[in-house]
Design a binder for this molecule. Structure first.
Ligand code: ZN
Length: 318
């Protein structure tokens, strides 16, 4: 996309300029308007437009902290092209430390939205109209939901060569195959012909330094790859590509303890967890059902039968 005439939210930003804009999302009945900050940095030299966003789910703190650090380290000031940062996408949810929008909806299932839909749908619509068409590449930072902690991974549809290549450049320890979920931001950008990479690390309502570092370094790698910064992208890890995965579910209810570190390779029948009752009567070991990587685990201390407890690889490419 040509960098020359960038008009965003009604304002023209020329090459070499920066702007801190606000996207108006809704007018509240309290006479306040809800706006989200949109931070734009343009280089003098023409180049791609990259959007870095966090907090689509309001309780996913790592994503917000990653975009904050991208700004803090000035990685968002490119030598070529334009970088747009939206650190807190779902401001409502973020303030309340909730995943959802105040209307109870998951914002990430509302795209492209509509002008006269629900609050979340209006928000999605404004973003789809005002911001999405202006960008070429997107990095969308997430964590696991609820108590499920994800080892840092990039999510992409492996049959999309361009996205897969970007995921390798990003360099998170795992790349996990994930099809486009209907009405998600990822599907929206995909349908618009843009390249979007989703990063997931850690769990909601928790800040994890290692995860944040991995996300920031990954973004910096992508920026270098796109020529937005000097240097060559160098991933610390050769990512393990998980072509097929599944969640192991608890076979019993009870006190749940894990016996392994997230992100590790385990052999078939390794004891990876334990479920017991509070009375010392009942105890069952959870065994690895095969040789596999464990890259997501439930950190809750009590599980019910059927709860997802370990996310494991079923097939990998290395
Ligand atoms: Zn999320």
């Amino acid at each position: 996309m040509s960098n020359k005439a960038l008009k965003i939210l009604g304002q023209e930003i020329k090459p070499g300029q920066s702007a801190s804009l606000e996207m108006e999302v809704a007018k509240l009945h309290t006479r306040n308007s809800l706006r989200i900050p949109v931070i734009i940095e343009r280089a003098k030299e023409d180049g791609p437009v990259l959007l870095c966003m966090g907090g689509v789910h309001g309780d996913e703190m790592n994503g917000v902290a990653i975009v904050r650090d991208i700004i803090r380290k000035k990685y968002n000031k490119p030598i070529k092209g334009t970088i747009i940062c939206i650190p807190v996408f779902n401001v409502f949810g973020y303030l309340n430390q909730q995943r959802e929008f105040p209307d109870g909806r998951d914002l990430n299932r509302m795209f492209p939205g509509s002008a006269d839909g629900s609050l979340a749908s209006q928000f999605a619509h404004a973003f789809t109209k005002e911001i999405a068409p202006k960008v070429d590449y997107v990095l969308d930072f997430h964590t696991g939901g609820a108590e499920r902690s994800n080892y840092p991974n990039a999510r992409c549809a492996l049959n999309d060569a361009k996205v897969l290549h970007l995921a390798k450049v990003f360099g998170a320890p795992f790349i996990v195959n994930s099809t486009y979920i209907p009405k998600s931001i990822r599907e929206l950008f995909h349908k618009m012909g843009k390249t979007i990479l989703l990063f997931e690390g850690g769990k909601s309502l928790e800040l994890n330094d290692e995860v944040v570092k991995c996300g920031v370094e990954g973004a910096y790698n992508v920026m270098k790859y796109l020529g937005m910064h000097e240097g060559v992208a160098s991933a610390e890890n050769e990512p393990v590509i998980v072509t097929k995965s599944k969640w192991i579910r608890a076979q019993h209810s009870g006190i749940f303890e894990t016996r392994i570190q997230n992100g590790t390779w385990v052999k078939h029948k390794t004891v990876i967890g334990r479920i017991s009752d509070p009375f010392g009567d009942f105890e069952r070991r959870v065994l690895a059902p095969r040789d596999c990587y464990v890259f997501g685990l439930n950190t809750t201390s009590i599980v019910n039968k059927g709860d997802a407890i370990f996310h494991i690889s079923m097939e990998t490419q290395e």
